[in-house]
Design a protein around this ligand. Structure first.
Ligand SMILES: [Zn+2]
Ligand SMILES: [Zn+2]
Length: 375
């Protein structure tokens, strides 16, 4: 495509991205060199950066785009303000784009930030030209969000809210600490640039760099380093296959502060109906992906047929252990709930559960050591 064929540039976005970048990378260090910054600048940078990014990850993304849980109005107002502060368009517009991204991931014509169009396009290029102008004026894929008064309030007053947050908060802090320019540069510009590019990494790097433990049908990757900078959104391979799960990093040690925030909010009564993908489905999906990549690695070996039938047998044994384990686990939980079940039956079930759990662990170990030979 040559330049004449490309849609017209969006000068407002170009101005916002380039001016904030210049202020953050040139003006902020020069001002700091001559005037110095205090601990208060760093503390407020971290606080406002986290507030904005969590509003995007827990609010725009997991709450509004994916309906992964329900949130109290007070939390939704905070997310609406934080989202306007992060300057990433209204929650309605953002969610509409994001739902199209999931539905048509990697489709260069339909996915608004298709990673197959390259790093630059998926990171920021898609926002610099009117690529999607005709497509999203009715937000028809977000009818549910149009019933949320806070979403519609934020959408209607997005520009004044964005101006109020981006100028009001840094300048207000500047008056409190008697350094209006310093606070404007740090909490205004540096914070905004960090917010923008860490979020944009999800569309660019999280579709390029990392592993694919759950699916290779799209470009999404799991990446612990990206998760650190994106408040847990780096587990993007998992997210693209189980998009309605309120977690992205599902293991306890995976860094996902957005998940922890939502869980804490639920303890405080501010969030409810947290959705999780069924563990059996997650485990099976992962094992199937492992099987698929092992098969592709052994296909050129001379004894392929023998190896493949070994792997298939182990895989099937693992699947049947998994099915049995989750079935007994379910029965055990149900028997705990129902007082009608006699103690004796319950204890028989727990003994069986322990045995099957052990079987599954053994089967999993044997599967992993077999697969490790071809990794
Ligand atoms: Zn994605
Ligand atoms: Zn998503």
């Amino acid at each position: 495509m040559n330049t004449q064929d490309k849609p017209p540039l969006i000068w407002l976005n170009i101005f916002i991205f380039s001016s904030s970048m210049l202020l953050a990378t040139v003006a902020a260090p020069i001002y700091g060199y001559f005037n110095g910054y205090g601990l208060e600048h760093l503390v407020w940078l971290i606080l406002t950066f986290s507030f904005c990014n969590l509003s995007i990850t827990a609010g725009y993304h997991r709450l509004w785009s994916h309906k992964a849980y329900e949130a109290h109005w007070s939390l939704r107002i905070l997310f609406a303000l934080g989202g306007a502060f992060a300057l990433q368009n209204s929650a309605l517009h953002w969610s509409s784009d994001h739902r199209v991204h999931h539905k048509h991931v990697d489709d260069n014509d339909k996915d608004p930030y298709s990673a197959k169009r390259g790093f630059w396009f998926s990171h920021i290029g898609w926002m610099l030209r009117h690529y999607n102008k005709a497509k999203y004026s009715d937000y028809s894929n977000c009818r549910d969000l149009q019933k949320d008064e806070i979403v519609m309030w934020q959408h209607k007053y997005y520009v004044p809210l964005a101006l109020l947050m981006n100028f009001g908060v840094p300048i207000g802090l500047g008056f409190i600490y008697s350094d209006v320019i310093g606070m404007f540069l740090i909490v205004g510009a540096v914070r905004l640039v960090l917010n923008h590019h860490t979020t944009f990494f999800i569309n660019s790097l999280a579709h390029i760099w990392g592993s694919q433990p759950y699916t290779d049908k799209n470009t999404a990757r799991d990446n612990g380093i990206l998760a650190f900078f994106t408040f847990g959104e780096g587990y993007h391979n998992y997210h693209h296959i189980f998009e309605n799960d309120y977690r992205n990093g599902i293991l306890w040690y995976q860094y996902d502060p957005t998940k922890w925030l939502i869980k804490c909010a639920s303890w405080l009564g501010l969030a409810k109906k947290l959705r999780k993908a069924p563990q059996l489905k997650i485990d099976k999906t992962r094992a199937q992906m492992t099987l698929k990549s092992a098969q592709s690695k052994i296909q050129h070996l001379p004894n392929y047929h023998l190896l493949n039938s070994n792997i298939q047998n182990e895989f099937e044994a693992l699947m049947s252990c998994m099915n049995e384990y989750y079935e007994v686990k379910k029965q055990l939980l149900e028997s705990k709930k129902a007082d009608l079940v006699k103690k004796y039956e319950h204890s028989v079930l727990s003994v069986r559960y322990k045995q099957i759990k052990k079987n599954l662990e053994n089967q999993r170990q044997s599967w992993e050591s077999l697969i490790a030979q071809y990794a």
